[in-house]
Design a protein around this ligand. Structure first.
Ligand code: NDP
Length: 271
């Protein structure tokens, strides 16, 4: 039996165990996936080394980038890791957030984007948008945390100006309670009204979703996030969560199952 898990704090809302355990069991793989609430970064390395692989979430993606013995692909560009493979006590880091995000929006016609927030998810999203040729800017509450973006040629707004953009992406950690907004509501409302498409990385949380049947009900009738409550349209982060998980699962299984296969079998089980 191989052991995997999602590491972060807080972690109680995570749906990753449900997704990965469903796939392991459906595919007959002898493996189990758990949640690890790690209150201090000092416990990260030993927890990672006790597992075959892991996903990393808030607030440790950048910390784990520094802990990895090797970092591959897009994770090198974003300097943040959300997926780790552990072999012979050596940690190899990947980032599947950017790919998961792109899968959600790749069919939209986009020339410009504004990303709100400058944390790990903002890095992956802004870098992926730039890579795909979308003219991308960011805005963050704390101006001193935007150097990463400036050094990669991503524009930074010093104040939250109301601009017309094709895509507005919310990536702050505010809103997990389903009510709070990161900035003044009127300003956000104006921004949302000027955007062609709106995306919130946050997804609504609901206690007690333990099996695929409960997940199906939640998936089909989930409430709007606080940020999407400002808009008549928009996508929340639930499909991005699924897609980044399918890309991570592909890594956990050494490519034995590909993203499209995993997506098809998971979505078929939601019908
Ligand atoms: P980080 O901790 O790396 O970044 C947090 C961001 O939120 C920073 O920009 C921070 O700004 C901002 N922020 C925090 N508190 C406030 C506040 N009170 N007012 C304004 N801004 C604030 O988090 P991540 O980027 O890793 O994750 C952000 C969210 O995205 C989480 O809710 C996470 O669950 C979700 N997520 C969803 C994914 C999905 O697949 N759907 C994937 C990845 C993340 P400052 O620098 O000023 O502190």
């Amino acid at each position: 039996m191989r052991y995997f898990g999602v590491i972060g704090s807080p972690i109680h809302h995570s749906l990753s165990p449900l997704i990965h355990n469903f796939l392991f069991s459906y595919l007959g793989i002898s493996a189990h996936y758990d949640k690890f609430d790690i209150p201090s970064p000092s416990l990260l390395a030993s927890t990672l080394q006790s597992l075959s692989g892991a996903n990393i979430t808030l607030p440790y993606k950048e910390e784990v980038f520094g802990l990895c013995d090797e970092v591959r692909g897009f994770a090198q560009e974003v300097e943040a890791v959300n997926t780790v493979l552990c072999r012979n006590q050596k940690l190899c880091g990947f980032n599947t957030d950017g790919l998961g995000f792109w899968e959600c929006i790749k069919n939209l016609e986009l020339k410009t984007a504004l990303v709100l927030g400058a944390g790990g998810s903002a890095r992956a999203i802004a870098m992926m948008l730039k890579k795909q040729g979308v003219d991308t800017m960011i805005y963050n509450r704390t101006p001193s945390k935007v150097d990463f973006f400036l050094s990669r040629g991503i524009g930074v707004l010093e104040t939250l100006e109301v601009k017309e953009v094709d895509l507005l992406v919310h990536t702050t950690s505010v809103g997990l309670d389903g009510k709070s907004l990161p900035y003044q509501q009127e300003k956000l409302q104006s921004l949302v009204s000027k955007a062609k498409y709106v995306f919130d990385v946050i997804y609504p949380s609901q206690k007690g979703i333990v099996g695929i049947d409960q997940f199906r009900d939640f998936f089909l009738s989930r409430p709007k996030t606080a940020f999407l409550g400002l808009s008549s349209q928009g996508m929340d982060g639930l499909e991005m969560l699924l897609y980044q998980a399918f890309f991570a699962f592909e890594i956990f299984c050494d490519g034995q199952y590909c993203f499209e296969e995993l997506k098809a079998l998971f979505y078929n089980s939601l019908k």
